[in-house]
Design a protein around this ligand. Structure first.
Ligand code: COA
Length: 162
């Protein structure tokens, strides 16, 4: 099985959106409402938005596994690379796939001259927080973010020096 992460192509967009829904439904119901899950999935994985990001050199997406088992998305924001998404299919978690996807994003961010990587993670998502700490991230801020439409995110902001 070849789990080496690769940059995604337009043909991967549908598989990523489907995988996102699967992982979100396995992760977020204890943490955020179903309405918020549906809203965020529809917004963040809209095909048009993903196509735009594929054409934008400030964004990069990776996929791993066939069939798709995990994906990551990062984008450049000034001196910081934001790790916007890191998701692994539940039956493939804890086998190093998240670490491999993160390594691909870190390599890319270093090539772009970024000094640090930043992410947000729900304060109740203990499994992901444990993973990020293991990868070397540290909490730099914790607060509630208003994301509009009546929804909020109660997040840690974590950073990794590159
Ligand atoms: C967080 C996530 C991306 C990590 O990817 P992964 O492939 O499962 O993790 P790795 O195999 O790279 O393991 C890294 C570490 O994460 C922690 N971890 C991962 N799954 C865990 C679990 N079920 N229980 C406890 N610790 C866990 C461990 O510290 C692990 O290291 P170890 O196995 O040597 O102890 C993945 O678990 C995931 O997709 N979770 C659900 C979605 C999510 O919350 N994404 C992050 C959104 S901000």
């Amino acid at each position: 099985m070849n789990d080496t992460p690769r940059r995604i192509a337009p043909d991967d967009i549908d598989a990523i959106a489907a995988l996102a829904r699967r992982v979100w439904q396995a992760t977020y119901p204890p943490l955020i409402s179903q309405a918020q899950i549906d809203h965020m999935l529809a917004e963040r994985y809209a095909a048009e938005r993903m196509h735009d990001q594929l054409a934008d050199p400030l964004h990069a997406w990776w996929i791993a596994g066939a069939p798709a088992a995990g994906f990551a998305h990062a984008h450049l924001d000034g001196p910081v690379c934001k790790l916007d998404k890191l998701y692994v299919r539940p039956d493939r978690q804890r086998h190093g796939l998240g670490a491999a996807l993160l390594a691909a994003a870190v390599d890319w961010a270093r090539m772009q001259g970024m000094a640090r990587m930043r992410l947000q993670v729900n304060r109740g998502n203990a499994q992901a927080i444990r993973a990020y700490r293991k990868y070397g991230f540290a909490v730099v801020e914790s607060r509630i973010f208003d994301i509009g439409n009546g929804f909020v995110m109660d997040d840690h902001v974590m950073e990794l020096p590159l």
